[in-house]
Design a protein around this ligand. Sequence first.
Ligand SMILES: *Cc1c(COP(=O)(O)O)cnc(C)c1O
Length: 384
Amino acid sequence: MNWQEAKQLKTPFYLLDTKKLIANGKVLKQIQDNTGCKILLAQKAFSAYDLYPVLEPFLAGTEASGLYEARLGAEKMPGKECHVFCGAYRDDEFADVLKYANHIVFNSPNQLKHFGPQAKAAGKEVGLRINPEYSTQTHAIYDPCAPGSRLGTTREQWDKLMTPELIAMLDGVHFHTLCEQGAEALAVTLKGVEDKFGDVLPKLKWLNCGGGHYITQKDYNIPLLEKLLIKWRDKFSLQMYLEPGEAVVLDAGYLVTTVLDLTQNGDYNLCIVDASGACHMPDVIEMPYRPPMVDAGKAGEKAYTYRLGGATCLAGDVIGDYSFDHQLKIGERLAFADMALYTMCKNNTFNGMKLPDIYVENLDGKIELIKKFGYEDFRYRLGK
Ligand SMILES: *Cc1c(COP(=O)(O)O)cnc(C)c1O
């Protein structure tokens, strides 16, 4: 990255990495070429649409969580497929959903019954999200197969509610049960899908395996993924889809911050930076996880360890423990890595915190401003 030029910019800011977006895109394109699978960008992870032209050549289209993302996908990646899955569609929005999306996935037989005929009449591909009830992960908040989950239709619900008329409306089914997982987890999940819904699959045109595939992570078993996609394509004559978010933009952005204060409490060296976990990297609190940082190690790995946090009032606004070769100084810059995903589109202005500006480093190494934020961006959502 062009850190020299980035030094001139006022923190906090995101710096997106065009080169890495392209590198990720190439990996995804190759898989599509090798298997006939189609890969979509899950916009909920990344919707900085100024970069869609960079990603577009490598993707079949976008995936949306509802009307607004569907519209963004249709408008900013025109001519490509636009898929939408929503936990529940609204009567007053559905006509607009149909305007933008060409694949509509419903969460329940109820929703399929209520909206499916309109979608079919509009010439759309119609799908149902299934819940294979096969958990492969331990993050309860991200486990749609957990007991009592509202996401997806279980086999029991299917048997009770899916009439022949409803089944006849389906072009495909969709499942999404993984989160930052390998092809091995997909393999056992597909087995779970086959055990529960194997009889349904031969009647369908497509199977969407959702997101959570950690494809661009260095240890990911791409040959196994390709084997699975080809096997399922051939066994059931299905068009296979994947809709990763993270994998598309993995490691393709930084959040650059400045050290505002350094204090000590007992054994802890504390450091407050001008970015907040709660506001600018919400998954750090929700997931939880610790983002990597340029030139820093885990606690105790290097000589000086600090607990980093935001300037908000939230006691839990702790970003994580990091160690450095030198003692930190007030005014020094720290760059969190892997910050393109689940940040810009998920940020909030809790405590009136400023939103970090967004920049991109282009292929020629030049840094370009995408968006600056200020007081108005905090104020305008709150009143007249
Ligand atoms: C979250 C989500 C994705 C993307 O997940 P990643 O973990 O970012 O790959 C795709 N599809 C659906 C339905 C999702 O809810």
